[in-house]
Design a protein around this ligand. Structure first.
Ligand code: PMP
Length: 352
């Protein structure tokens, strides 16, 4: 099929299977067999509504995190939790705070709800963590993506600690979107490592769409203080059946197969090392990443994104459209697809 050019998300071809899909940080590793079998078993019961309270999955996640079930809320993708947090948490008379150059869902939800949205400018190609921490008091809610999309960088322990600290002191709820955390190794700090995060109004968002490879089934969850989680669950009750039977069963089975996710993490790290080596060999700059995507420097990214799609059938994201001008973001897909992407990009730049 011929893709339409020009959109940030390549939305007109988002469902296309005959193109090289490197634009949505999808996993090339598929999902755990146990998860797929669990989903398939549920096909026999498609006439039966799913559990609106998602209890078995909540319990499985609570065990996985070593917390009580009152710390967990499950939703239809972490997208739904971005909306639920914006609907539920913090002072709605004050604008939300985001960083310039981040996942666009936070601003979209805040603005949709009329909450207003202020943004802390990026410091070059990094999130201005000190600037964000300084500005959080006086806002209704904050959103930070860690590891960061589209740069791929993770916060340091000191940065994370400082943010949790200001959140605790100011009482302004802070949502850490950890959609890509499963790809980061054990050295990368996460909110669950910080005991202080238990007291502060911090919510971590996770998803089964990335490392677990279940993007089509749509399961995300929030981990946080019970009072905040109770609020989120209350909001989510407006859509009691939004997490379907196949999704709940697959997510439970996926949690029961930790070797699969460990394998995905290892092979993603290996693929990342190879890809970064390939970029260095070709003299192409890139941003350091701990995730399953890399921001690759390119000239005239809007045009490059369009030509990659139209002439080569390769979908990547123009990171400039969400705050990182001069970079195309590619998922760490199959090696041959990544090679095709780099060859095509070289060709486009040599024949502008
Ligand atoms: N947060 C970030 C940073 C993302 O990149 C994405 C999807 N690309 C999401 C949240 C939403 O993920 P999902 O709804 O599939 O869980």
């Amino acid at each position: 099929m011929t893709p339409a050019a020009g959109s940030a998300f390549n939305t007109s071809v988002a469902g296309a299977d005959d193109l090289i899909r490197l634009h949505l940080s999808e996993s090339p590793h598929g999902a755990s067999k146990a998860a797929l079998q669990a989903a398939e078993r549920e096909l026999a019961r498609v006439n039966v509504y799913p559990d609106p309270e998602r209890q078995e999955l909540v319990r499985a996640l609570a065990t996985h995190w070593g917390v009580g079930p009152e710390h967990i809320a499950v939703a239809n993708g972490s997208d739904e939790l971005v909306l639920a947090t914006a609907l539920t948490l913090g002072d709605r008379n004050l604008p939300g705070l985001v960083t310039d150059g981040t996942f666009p869902g936070y601003r979209a939800c805040l603005e949709l709800l009329g909450r207003g949205c202020a943004a802390v400018p990026a410091a070059g190609t990094a999130v201005d963590v000190a600037g964000f921490a300084a500005r959080l008091p006086g806002h209704g809610i904050g959103y930070l993506c860690n590891p960061h999309n589209p740069s791929g960088a993770a916060l340091t322990r000191q940065e994370l600690g400082a943010l949790v600290d200001v959140c605790g002191r100011s009482g302004v709820p802070l949502v850490f979107d950890e959609a890509y955390m499963e790809f980061a190794g054990p050295d990368v700090p996460q909110t669950r490592d910080l005991t202080a995060a238990g007291d502060a109004p911090v919510v971590a968002l996770r998803t089964f769409s990335k490392a677990y490879g279940l993007a089509a089934l749509r399961v995300g969850y929030a981990v946080g203080r019970p009072d905040l989680i109770a609020g989120l669950r209350g909001t989510l009750r407006a859509l009691p059946f939004s997490v379907n039977r196949l999704a709940q069963a697959a997510a439970i089975a996926a949690l029961g197969d930790p070797d699969f996710v460990d394998g995905v993490r290892r092979s993603t790290a290996e693929r990342r090392r190879w890809f970064v080596g390939e970029l260095d060999r070709r003299g192409r700059a890139h941003l350091p990443s701990v995730t399953n995507f890399v921001a690759v420097a390119a000239r005239d990214c809007a045009r490059a994104q369009d030509r990659l799609a139209a002439d080569f059938g390769i979908l990547v994201r123009n990171a400039g459209l969400f705050g990182f001008p001069g970079y195309l973001r590619t998922s760490l897909g199959e090696k041959e697809d990544l090679e095709r992407f780099l060859d095509a990009l070289d060709e486009i730049e040599q024949n502008p």
